[in-house]
Design a binder for this molecule. Structure first.
Ligand SMILES: [Zn+2]
Length: 282
């Protein structure tokens, strides 16, 4: 499933390649993904200019110069590819939607499992799916401080484990299982800790851990971004070396550097596997 760093990378690729381009042709190759593609989509977006590209959680938003915004979600297997348009080129396998610009670029939305979605909403409103989302995990110092105050408030009475809490999109948006496991290792916090027992300093360490792992993943993606955006990439996760995720039974590398031997453990929480080192994470 494309996670926040992959979605962010795709968003940046679209932004770099399509900003201020005008849509001249829209082709849908099927009517329904997770939900129907709006009937009026073609008539609303054709001849509009794409002026602003943003990401909210795992949604990509393309704001148009006609006060409308297109919303994309990549579901389990979606990707969006930009390449120069070649006249009469056949669509690729699982390409459900194609935009062609006056500047001769072609944006293809490809989704083999069809859990993604394409929708349209007025730019001055918020899409219903975005209204109840928690804050973004990434942002500048001001944003990080707001995020800290937000988490402090949300966690203070919560008995739920911090692992499950961080996966709750209403509390913080866009974090998947792998990134939460790795961020908690960086923070030195056990996934089993009750959220309300975390100190201010520990919450700061978690925010720092999340920031570090996502920034590294986006940087790893940045180096392969051309492939990701232009080719018919089969890549799932970027080439990241996970330290705990999927490492059950292996020695913790952090501990080995301190001449200690600790085996990575796995526990299932709310139906998802958590991987952790009980020496490094308390
Ligand atoms: Zn360890």
């Amino acid at each position: 499933m494309p996670e926040l760093p992959e979605v962010e990378t795709i968003k940046r690729g679209l932004e770099n390649n399509l900003t201020n381009q005008t849509i001249i042709s829209v082709q849908r190759h099927r009517d329904t993904l997770r939900q129907p593609i709006p009937k009026e989509l073609e008539s609303v977006i054709t001849h509009a200019k794409m002026i602003h590209f943003t990401r909210r959680g795992k949604y990509i938003l393309i704001e148009l110069n006609n006060q409308q915004t297109i919303l994309f979600h990549l579901g389990m297997s979606g990707k969006m590819i930009v390449r120069p348009n070649i006249k009469d080129e056949p669509i690729v396998k699982h390409e459900h939607f194609t935009l062609i610009t006056k500047e001769e670029q072609r944006l293809s939305y490809i989704d083999p499992r069809r859990f993604g979605m394409i929708d349209l909403f007025p730019s001055e409103e918020n899409h219903t799916l975005l209204i109840h989302m928690g804050p973004e995990p990434l942002g500048d110092d001001t944003h990080q401080h707001k995020l800290f105050l937000h988490l402090l408030e949300k966690l203070k009475n919560k008995k739920q484990s911090i692992k499950v809490t961080l996966l709750d999109q209403h509390i913080i948006t866009g974090l998947g299982n792998i990134y939460v496991c790795e961020a908690l290792l960086l923070a030195g916090i056990s996934p089993l800790r009750e959220s309300k027992t975390l100190t201010k300093i520990e919450i700061q360490r978690i925010i720092q851990g999340i920031q570090t792992i996502l920034t590294q993943a986006i940087a790893a993606g940045g180096s392969s971004m051309r492939d990701y955006v232009h080719a018919n990439g089969k890549k799932g996760y970027f080439q990241m070396q996970w330290k705990v995720y999927g490492k059950e039974g292996e020695f913790c590398l952090n501990c080995l550097t301190k001449q200690k031997k600790s085996v990575i453990k796995r526990v299932v929480q709310a139906g998802r596997s958590s991987f952790y080192c009980d020496i490094c994470q308390k």
